[in-house]
Write a new protein. Structure first.
Length: 263
C-alpha cells in the first residue's frame, strides 16, 4: 500500500543553469542527501562529464564498471550502473569523463533528446526523488535532463550578472515544454552563496523576487566554507559537518521542497 503511494509521488528534478560554478552540483549532492536523511529514497544522476557529483558522494570513478554513459548508449540498463552511496537511502547513477563523447556520438540518433528519459523509465519509480545534476551548458545532456524531469530547480548565485542568461534558460524551458516535455514545471529558483551582509546579495534577491515572485525558494543557501570543503572528502555536508550553516540550509531546502510537493 505504502509502496503504491510512493510510486505515485516519484519526482524527477533537474538542477540546471548554463552558467558555470553557480552551485548546481553542491545543490544536487546536498539536497539529495538531505532528502535521503528525511527517509526519502533518492537517486542522484550525474549528467555532467566533469563528474563532480560522482566524486562528491565519494565514488571511486576508476572502479566503476558501468556509468550513465553506458546506459545512454544502450550498453547497459540503468540498474546495472546504479550504486549505493555511503549515505543511507541515497544511490547514484555515476558518470565519468567518457560521458563527454555522448553529444557527438548521438548527433544523428533519432529521439536523441529522450534517451535519458528512456534510461530512467524502468528505475525512477523505485525512488521518491530523482535528482539530475546538469553540466554548465544548454546542450544535449541538459536537454535530455529537462526532457526527463517533472521540474527544474535553478540555482542562482547571489552575485552581479546572476540574472543574466536566465532569459535564455527560461526560453529553453519553454521550447522543451512545447516539444519534448509539456508537463515540465519550474520547481523554483534557489539563491546560492548568499551573504546577507552584502548589498549585492540582497539586491539579487530583490531582483529575483520582483521577477519571479513565489518561484524563489524561501530558503537561501549561505556562502559557507564547509560546503566548499566537503566535496574534497567525498562527503555531503550532512555527513561532513551537520552543524554547519550550509548543512542546515540544505535541510531547510529539502523540507521546503517536500512541503511544496505535499501542498
Ligand atoms: P559547474 O557549472 O562547473 O558544474 P556548479 O554550478 O555545479 O559548477 P558547484 O560545483 O556546486 O557549481 O560550485 C562551484 C564552487 O563553489 C565549488 O568549488 C563549490 O564547492 C563552491 N560552492 C558552492 N556552493 C557554495 C556555498 N554555498 N558556499 C561556499 N562554497 C560553495
Ligand atoms: Mg557542477
Amino acid at each position: 500500500m505504502f509502496y503504491g503511494i510512493r510510486r505515485f509521488m516519484s519526482q524527477t528534478i533537474c538542477i540546471a543553469n548554463q552558467k558555470g560554478g553557480v552551485g548546481k552540483t553542491t545543490t544536487s549532492v546536498n539536497l539529495a542527501a538531505a532528502l535521503a536523511s528525511l527517509a526519502r529514497k533518492v537517486l542522484l544522476v550525474d549528467c555532467d562529464p566533469q563528474a563532480n557529483a560522482t566524486t562528491g558522494v565519494g565514488v571511486d570513478k576508476a572502479g566503476l564498471e558501468k556509468t550513465l554513459y553506458h546506459a545512454l548508449i544502450g550498453d547497459a540498463p540503468a540498474a546495472r550502473a546504479v550504486i549505493q552511496t555511503p549515505v543511507k537511502n541515497l544511490s547514484i547513477l555515476p558518470s565519468r569523463v567518457e560521458l563527454s563523447g555522448f553529444e557527438v556520438e548521438m548527433v544523428d540518433e533519432p529521439g536523441k533528446e529522450k534517451l535519458l528519459s528512456a534510461v530512467l523509465g524502468p528505475v525512477r519509480n523505485d525512488y521518491d526523488y530523482v535528482i539530475l545534476d546538469c553540466p554548465p551548458s544548454l546542450t544535449l545532456l541538459t536537454i535530455n535532463a529537462m526532457a526527463a524531469a517533472d521540474s527544474i530547480l535553478i540555482p542562482l548565485q547571489s552575485e552581479f550578472y546572476a540574472l543574466e542568461g536566465l532569459g535564455q534558460l527560461l526560453q529553453t524551458v519553454r521550447r522543451i515544454k512545447q516539444s519534448l516535455n509539456p508537463p515540465l514545471k519550474i520547481a523554483g529558483i534557489l539563491l546560492t552563496m548568499f551573504d546577507q551582509r552584502t548589498n549585492l546579495s540582497n539586491q539579487v534577491t530583490e531582483d529575483a523576487e520582483n521577477h519571479f515572485a513565489d518561484l524563489v525558494f524561501k530558503t537561501r543557501i549561505p556562502r559557507n566554507v564547509r560546503l566548499g570543503e566537503a566535496p574534497s572528502f567525498g562527503l555531503p555536508i550532512l555527513l561532513y559537518d551537520p552543524a554547519s550553516a550550509g548543512s542546515k540550509s540544505y535541510m531547510a531546502l529539502a523540507k521546503e521542497l517536500i512541503k511544496k510537493d505535499q501542498g
